[in-house]
Write a protein that binds this ligand. Structure first.
Ligand code: R5P
Length: 290
């Protein structure tokens, strides 16, 4: 029986103050449900709207590549500086501390490796994503690949359906085939196709004319870092991407293969969230490296 002693009537209804409708800070997400918004907010900082995602899922197709031989030694020390961690379920379950309290973007497709035909993937079971309490699922799209395009678009579509059911956003990851031009026309098409098929975030590559790619994509776009560059060039890449409207980076090799990964991720963070110019960020990198 409820305790009814001293039950106090409410009196502060403030009927003269209209309820404020709050705008949501993430592009294309205003009409999503609360669970989706909560997960997206864990990834994209509510003040800056940006994210530094640390990608270390490379092993799912390439095995123990340079910098990822020992996740516990090379990646775990970086986790505290990242806004989001992107990895496969095997690495999540074995090597990411469960008390890290960081949003996870789970590599949610699996299939072939670099030894055979890339992107011949299937989507993992949504129950895995729910069980591991992830904040997003990443699915590869091979746009322009005559063999894999339709299958990977279907993968994304399927993942988005499942994600919508449980409130888990999907990130469409645009792969670039060897024959594809790495230009705004291609990345613009691939990014838009990802969003049209249900991606809540798109991960693609920076290119000339990138602001058009972002403008035509109705959800946040983050860039992959790509192959290892000298640190100043990698910071310049981040700066230009952010200036052109990127919502952040999902960067791997340019962080974990850096001569000082801890300094590098902090310098990237300063570019993404504070708009630090690349030369100042490089100075910061050198200071932190000491
Ligand atoms: C892409 O499919 C990979 O899974 C990586 O997550 C992605 O390429 C980002 O890493 P990186 O910055 O090394 O290119």
């Amino acid at each position: 029986m409820a305790d009814l002693d001293d039950l106090r009537e409410g009196s502060k209804f403030n009927t003269d103050i209209a309820v404020q409708n709050q705008a949501f800070h993430i592009k294309g997400a205003s009409h999503l449900g609360w669970g989706m918004k909560d997960r997206l907010t864990r990834i994209f900082n509510a003040k800056t709207g940006k994210s530094v995602m640390l990608a270390f899922d490379h092993g799912f197709i390439m095995g123990p590549t340079s910098g990822l031989e020992r996740i516990d030694l090379t990646i775990t020390p970086l986790m505290e500086y990242a806004d989001c961690l992107m990895c496969s379920r095997g690495i999540l379950q074995t090597s990411v501390p469960a008390n890290i309290n960081k949003p996870i973007c789970l590599r949610a497709d699996a299939g072939s490796t670099i030894l055979t035909e890339l992107n011949d993937n299937v989507v993992i079971d949504i129950e895995d994503a729910v069980r591991m309490n992830v904040s997003a699922m990443a699915v590869m799209l091979a746009i322009g690949d005559p063999k894999m395009e339709a299958k990977t678009v279907a993968n994304l579509y399927h993942a988005a359906n499942q994600g919508a059911k449980y409130g888990i956003p999907v990130m469409g990851v645009t792969a670039v085939g060897k024959e594809m031009a790495r230009d705004a026309r291609y990345f613009g098409l691939a990014s838009r196709v990802a969003a049209e098929n249900g991606a809540n975030i798109v991960k693609t590559y920076y290119c000339d004319g990138f602001s058009n790619v972002v403008a035509a994509c109705p959800v946040p776009v983050v860039i992959a870092g790509g192959k290892k560059l000298p640190e100043l060039e990698a910071l310049d890449l981040c700066y230009r991407a952010i200036n052109d409207g990127a919502a952040g980076v999902d960067m791997g090799r340019n962080v974990f293969q850096s001569e000082s990964p801890i300094a590098m991720i902090q310098a990237v963070h300063a570019v993404v969230h504070e708009g630090l110019d690349p030369h100042k960020a490089f100075e910061l990198f050198n200071d932190l490296k000491k």
